[in-house]
Design a protein around this ligand. Structure first.
Ligand SMILES: *Cc1c(COP(=O)(O)O)cnc(C)c1O
Length: 409
């Protein structure tokens, strides 16, 4: 089974900052201070009897890196501590975390209710992949509790959602939805990639499972792909069994990078949230901006719910320019600092035009229904000085020329 290395015992009641740098660390007999990276595909046994016991699961211990690795286990233990979860299982990417969750807990004939506006590949997974395995999905308006209720069938097994949604930052009431899910014996899974356990703890709000694309804020520095599933051990054990058989395990190298990412997560995401909040306010006051979507703004229709559920607004800001695609693209093309990429959660600020990138494959009708207009831009705010980010954005908004600036390479 899952081998837990000899984890350093810690005092009770530690806060997030402390857990982020201390939780889950296992020291080898060499006494290394930093967490060691165990780059090995397999593990050896003392003798034939031990090999037999490890394979029979009657003795804890590492066997093969598809099953477990001490570095990966340290990352899992640290994230579980931050999340307040009994256990956590790491995966090769965010998508493999969602796939593993679904294939570990669902079977043909069962049904999922999912929020609209999910990450594109997640929608594809539900609608084009799991559907072929006999697992049907109904998509509902994320914030409409009555719609979730109406979509429940006798065979509904999973509720799946993201909050805040991407890129319009709608907030789903996790506590309310968890009561509905519990009433019907349905598992509630929240993709918490946008908030991380620092800003939002889905399990505390009543969700059963918190899933991550660790690629985003947990790494936060654009280096590796990773994912994780956090929850009660009875739920994560099933995910572990699926991974061990199917193989989308997190590599030890990526686990080590993510362990280091967790150490600075709180500092980063709180600073990014504060920067995003400042930017959102500036944009809201700009005459060339038609609308700003940010949960930390008093004008956000669900500001009160956001404050109850999250400690801060997060690093993602959506805004509509006055005009259409031409005006939106002009803002992007005038940026000299902000990276033009659909990735998010990085310490470098990024900008994207959802209608022609992440949501480009939708029909115009589906895009309109999802509220993705041609004038919408999405920012993922990084750690640059907020005034420098603003100056980069206002250049295109106010048609300033780039005199004196070299063109983007
Ligand atoms: C990026 C992302 C995913 C997918 O994660 P990968 O690590 O790219 O596989 C899933 N959910 C959300 C909310 C994401 O932003």
């Amino acid at each position: 089974m899952l081998h837990a290395p000899i984890v350093q015992p810690l005092p009770d009641g530690l806060e997030a900052e402390t857990l982020a740098v201390r939780a889950g660390q296992a020291r080898s007999p060499f006494g290394e201070h930093a967490e060691a990276m165990y780059l090995t595909s397999s593990f050896v046994f003392e003798n034939a009897a031990q090999a037999a016991a490890r394979f029979a699961d009657t003795e804890d211990g590492n066997v093969y890196a598809r099953f477990s690795n001490p570095t990966t286990r340290m990352f899992e233990a640290r994230l579980a501590a931050l999340e307040g979860a009994e256990d956590c299982i790491a995966t090769a990417s965010g998508m493999s975390a969602i796939l593993a969750l679904c294939l570990a807990h669902l079977k043909a004939g069962e049904h999922v209710v999912a929020s609209n506006g999910l990450f594109g590949a997640t929608s594809q997974l539900f609608n084009n992949v799991l559907s072929r395995c006999g697992i049907a999905t109904t998509t509902v308006e994320a914030t409409d509790l009555a719609a979730w209720n109406a979509a429940i069938r006798p065979e509904t097994r999973l509720f799946f959602l993201e909050t805040p949604t991407n890129p319009l930052t709608a907030i789903v009431d996790v506590a309310a939805l968890s009561r509905l899910a519990r009433e019907h014996g349905i598992l509630l899974a929240v993709d918490n990639s946008f908030c991380s356990p620092i800003l939002q703890k889905p399990l505390r709000l009543g969700a059963d499972v918190s899933v991550y694309s660790a690629t985003k804020y947990l790494d936060g520095q654009g280096r590796v792909l990773g994912g994780a599933v956090c929850g009660a051990k009875s739920l994560t054990d099933e995910v572990f069994r699926f991974l061990r058989t199917a193989g989308p395990t997190l590599s030890a190298f990526n686990a080590w990078v993510l362990l280091k990412g967790l150490e600075t997560l709180k500092l980063r995401i709180e600073a990014q949230s504060a920067n995003a909040c400042a930017l959102a306010k500036w944009l809201e006051a700009d005459a060339k901006v038609a609308r700003v979507y940010y949960p930390g703004l008093a004008s956000h229709p669900q500001h009160a719910l956001a404050l109850r559920q999250q400690t801060m607004g997060g690093g993602i800001v959506g805004f509509e320019v006055k005009g259409g695609r031409k005006e939106a693209w002009r803002v992007i093309d005038a940026c000299r600092l902000i990276s033009i990429t659909a990735n998010l959660g990085d310490v470098k600020t990024t900008i994207t035009h959802p209608a022609s990138t992440t949501h480009g494959r939708l029909t115009p009708e589906a895009r309109a229904a999802a509220g993705i207009s041609e004038s919408l831009l999405r920012l993922s705010i990084g750690l640059e000085a907020p005034r420098d980010i603003l100056r980069d954005l206002t250049r295109g908004l106010h048609r300033k020329t780039n005199s004196g600036l070299k063109p983007r390479p």
